[in-house]
Design a protein around this ligand. Structure first.
Ligand SMILES: [Zn+2]
Length: 150
């Protein structure tokens, strides 16, 4: 048995669409390799919570659990994380919009976003304000978030 997980296919255009606060409608998506790909595939480290948030969205789209775990604060990372996009009932992610990115101080930031997805033939919006902290290793990590009814 080969214990290695198969490498998920990488898209040409970045699934996050380069989402940013005040992004103009119709902006072309950046190349995956120039956007979240450099973080997910380990060539670079996100400099801001916003870059980390986008790359985590993209990791959900691609089902890259290892990246989600490595960018999650150990205190809040769930043991039973399952992000296989091929699993039954798994959300089909449709797009990301960033409403707000605020760096509160050197080690704390929030990102408010809306992620659209479909599951069971119905469309949903996840509107969340996420909290991020930066560790002693200078890396931003997701802590938790408040979901807004929308
Ligand atoms: Zn991206």
């Amino acid at each position: 048995m080969n214990a290695e997980t198969p490498r998920a296919a990488r898209p040409a255009d970045c699934p996050c669409g380069g989402a940013a606060p005040n992004q103009k409608a119709g902006t072309r998506a950046p190349r995956y390799a120039d956007c979240c790909g450099r973080f997910i595939d380990g060539a670079a480290v996100p400099a801001t919570a916003l870059e980390l948030m986008r790359s985590r969205y993209t990791a959900y789209v691609l089902g890259i659990e290892a990246y989600l775990r490595s960018t999650w604060a150990p205190e809040t990372c769930p043991a039973d994380l399952d992000v296989d996009p091929a699993a039954e009932g798994a959300p089909h992610w449709l797009g990301l919009a960033i409403k707000r990115h605020e760096q509160r101080d050197e080690t704390h930031a929030i990102v408010e976003f809306v992620a659209r997805y479909k599951t069971g033939g119905r469309a949903f919006r996840l509107h969340e304000t996420s909290r991020f902290t930066r560790g002693a290793d200078d890396r931003w990590r997701y802590v938790d978030g408040d979901v807004s009814p929308s």
